[in-house]
Design a protein around this ligand. Structure first.
Ligand code: DX5
Length: 220
């Protein structure tokens, strides 16, 4: 049984006219996950720095900004300026991941690197020791409500293997398609935090869904 895992609801999947009450209904989460997209890296426009600031004012939970953009350096800085506690950016569009990771950490925020489904874990082997978090996309970036790709399990296991010696504290996160039916297997592969949209906000009781997902991931 695992000692702890983190459940991080993704506000992309909440009712966009009711974000304040959505935040109140996830008080037992470990963090709030905000997708910051640019309409280029993935085909959607979601949130921006103003929402990061608003959520920080409303909730005591850490806020993580998941930047999905073709120019992550610019938007990462906006997220940091807005007070994000963790900032994640995609390996696919970043030309200097180490420089950006070090910059994020120099501000006191946690640095995360995201891998889209088509990206091999080996692409981050050289820099995995410099990140607090690796976020493995279980779906193509852009929209909530998609099914987890089967290839995700093997990628989580591979990242776990890569990190075991060089960065054992690495937070291995999965984003996209996480639900009650697959979270235990993802945890068994080495994932320790879970960005969940539909499986939290698509229920009558988001806090209850968080509790259930956490218990399943911990093997209870
Ligand atoms: C994809 C989105 C989703 C979202 C989670 O770009 O990032 O992964 O956070 O939504 P669900 O859990 O519905 O896939």
């Amino acid at each position: 049984m695992l000692e702890s895992v983190q459940i991080k609801p993704s506000l992309t999947s909440a009712d966009q006219l009711e974000l304040g009450s959505a935040i109140a209904r996830i008080s037992r989460a470990d963090a709030i996950h905000l997708n910051i997209t640019d309409g280029h890296f993935c085909p959607n426009l979601t949130f921006g720095p103003a929402l990061i600031r608003a959520v920080k004012r409303r909730s005591p939970l850490p806020v993580e900004a998941h930047v999905m953009a073709t120019n992550p350096e610019t938007i990462v800085q906006w997220a940091l300026d807005a007070g994000a506690d963790a900032v994640i950016f995609p390996i696919e569009s970043c030309t200097s991941p180490l420089r950006l990771a070090n910059h994020i950490k120099s501000t006191g925020a946690r640095a995360g690197i995201a891998l889209s489904p088509g990206t091999s874990p080996s692409t981050i082997e050289y820099c995995i020791g410099h990140f607090d978090m690796v976020l493995i996309m279980g779906v193509e970036p852009g929209f909530g409500g998609q099914a987890l790709m089967d290839t995700t399990y093997g990628k989580v296991s591979r990242i776990y293997e890569l990190a075991r010696n060089t960065n054992p504290q690495l937070d291995i996160a999965v984003d996209g398609g996480v639900n009650r039916g697959n979270i235990a297997r993802l945890a068994a592969c080495g994932a320790r935090s879970f960005c969940a949209g539909s499986s939290v906000f698509g229920t009558e009781s988001p806090n209850g869904a968080i509790d259930r997902l956490r218990a399943l991931a911990m093997g209870r």
